[in-house]
Design a protein around this ligand. Structure first.
Ligand code: UTP
Length: 470
């Protein structure tokens, strides 16, 4: 970098109160200088003073809105579902929908060594999550006669490992051009006392992934959005890497999303009724004329447990993080840059530029900034929220043990597929608690629902502790 350029950069960082990031500049070799310049180019420097004011100096936990009401939820009966499905199938056949997995998370709670999508998730063959989705995409492509595109958001930390995994697995039989991987953005970590951007080393900022809401900017930055526009893709089916259950291309959901009577086609979401007031899922609510997700920790306790005349939870619309987003809507969001930032107070190891040493903090010292995808919902004109069956759609793998763990997810998968087999007359062993006692797994390439199971492939009975895979 020439002296004039470095002077300009010094002025820019000084103007946003962050001169310290170049304090060690003269001690860095040219390679590190370049890397630092490159890293700074990814930081929205001009927004930093506002972010520091909002999330450090002036931070106050926001009170939940006072005018919260339950979200309007669509629960289709069979004939409505058939109508939505037929509309949705046309959209799929026309090649207007793509699958989109957000897989940039760190998966700290699960504690798995590699990217979460490489985690063995299914009850019998231990298929990794990425294979589960790849098979669904292949099955949907075959069913509707069009190669469905698959976009995957990784992170700086897991992008290379994710790409290797796909290459090692021959892209799970999908065509190479069908799949596009791209990393999400990073944001600088701020010192929770001073608002200074923390350094990871003398020539490196401490940065963290910008949240699943970073998907909007990443879709644009990577060229994925432009590719979608060129290919005539109009809707993006968004799902998380840690839930093997939902149909990743769902004609009923698409048909609802594309029905002007129910939705503007900008953003639609699936909900399942919460199992208990304390279940840790965000809840779809009405706030004035908008639909929003209120995080479980922000929903006042009185509202969490409030029931209606039938004894049902009033605020029961649990967010399972399955959404449809219109491509035009995503384009509008990238232009508007309106999605808010959220702060998380964490321990962030850092390099102290004045003392010249690395510090491992004992207490949370850093503010990480993240965006959440569901913050797009209130920016959509008329979102639709579809009620779906928890047993069919939601068994996430978040924790190493207990609720939302590999074990609970495998059980949910066996319960689901056991139910499909029972619907075809198979005697499936169940315990007193109703759970299937065998391990059962059915690939979407074999059947996408109970009606598609071929009787010739099925046994008469699956007993306790037996394993059945199709
Ligand atoms: P989680 O909120 O469960 O976070 O992500 P996580 O990082 O995977 O797991 P923990 O909290 O460290 O245990 C929900 C979904 O959003 C994606 C994750 O990959 C997962 O599919 N995600 C999350 C991103 O893609 N980027 C992020 O910055 C955060």
């Amino acid at each position: 970098m020439c002296p004039v350029e470095i002077d300009t950069l010094k002025e820019r960082v000084a103007a946003c109160g962050q001169s310290h990031v170049l304090a060690c500049w003269d001690t860095l070799d040219p390679g590190r200088q370049d890397a630092l310049v490159h890293q700074l180019a990814t930081v929205p420097l001009e927004s930093i003073p506002d972010l520091v004011e909002c999330h450090v100096h002036g931070y106050a936990a926001e009170a939940p809105p006072s005018d919260l009401a339950p979200a309007v939820v669509t629960t289709p009966d069979d004939s409505m579902a058939a109508e939505f499905s037929s509309r949705g199938e046309t959209i799929i056949r026309e090649g207007k929908v793509a699958a989109f997995t957000v897989a940039g998370g760190q998966g700290t709670r699960l504690g798995w060594g590699g990217p979460k999508g490489t985690f063995p998730a299914t009850p019998v063959s231990g298929k990794p999550l990425f294979r589960v989705f790849a098979e669904q995409i292949e099955a949907a492509s075959q069913r509707w006669g069009t190669p469905i595109r698959w976009y995957i958001m990784t992170s700086e930390a897991n992008d290379a490992a994710t790409r290797s995994f796909f290459a090692d697995n021959n892209w799970f039989g999908l065509s190479r051009t069908q799949v596009m991987l791209f990393p999400q953005g990073m944001m600088p970590c701020l010192d929770a006392a001073s608002g200074s951007m923390l350094m990871d080393g003398p020539g490196r900022l401490a940065m963290s992934p910008d949240g699943h809401g970073g998907a909007i900017a990443a879709l644009e930055r990577s060229g994925a959005l432009e590719q979608m526009e060129m290919l005539g893709i109009e809707h993006v089916s968004y799902f998380q890497v840690d839930n093997p259950m939902p149909p990743v291309i769902d004609p009923v959901f698409l048909g609802l999303h594309a029905d002007p009577a129910y939705s503007s086609g900008e953003m639609s979401s699936k909900m399942v009724p919460k199992i208990s007031p304390a279940e840790k899922v965000g809840v779809f609510c009405r706030v004035g004329s908008k639909t929003d997700v209120i995080e479980y920790s922000d929903l006042p306790e009185a509202l969490q447990s409030e029931t209606d005349a039938d004894g049902q939870l009033r605020f029961d619309a649990g967010n399972i993080a399955v959404h449809l987003l219109g491509v035009e809507f995503i384009r509008r969001l990238t232009a508007g840059n309106e999605m808010p930032w959220h702060r998380a107070l964490k321990k962030v190891p850092y390099y102290d530029t004045t003392r010249g040493e690395r510090i491992e903090p004992d207490e949370p010292n850093g503010v990480k900034l993240e965006r959440f995808i569901f913050d797009a919902l209130p920016l959509a004109t008329k979102p639709a929220i579809l009620r779906v069956d928890r047993a069919r759609e939601f068994a996430p793998i978040k924790n190493a043990t207990g609720a939302d763990s590999p074990a609970s997810s495998r059980q949910a998968q066996s319960d689901l597929y056991g139910g499909w087999m029972e619907a075809r007359g198979v005697d499936v062993a169940r315990g007193e608690d109703g759970h299937v006692l065998a391990d059962i797994e059915i690939s979407p390439l074999a059947a996408m629902g109970p009606g598609e199971l071929d009787a010739a492939d099925l046994p008469e009975r699956v007993g306790p502790e037996e394993r059945f895979v199709l």
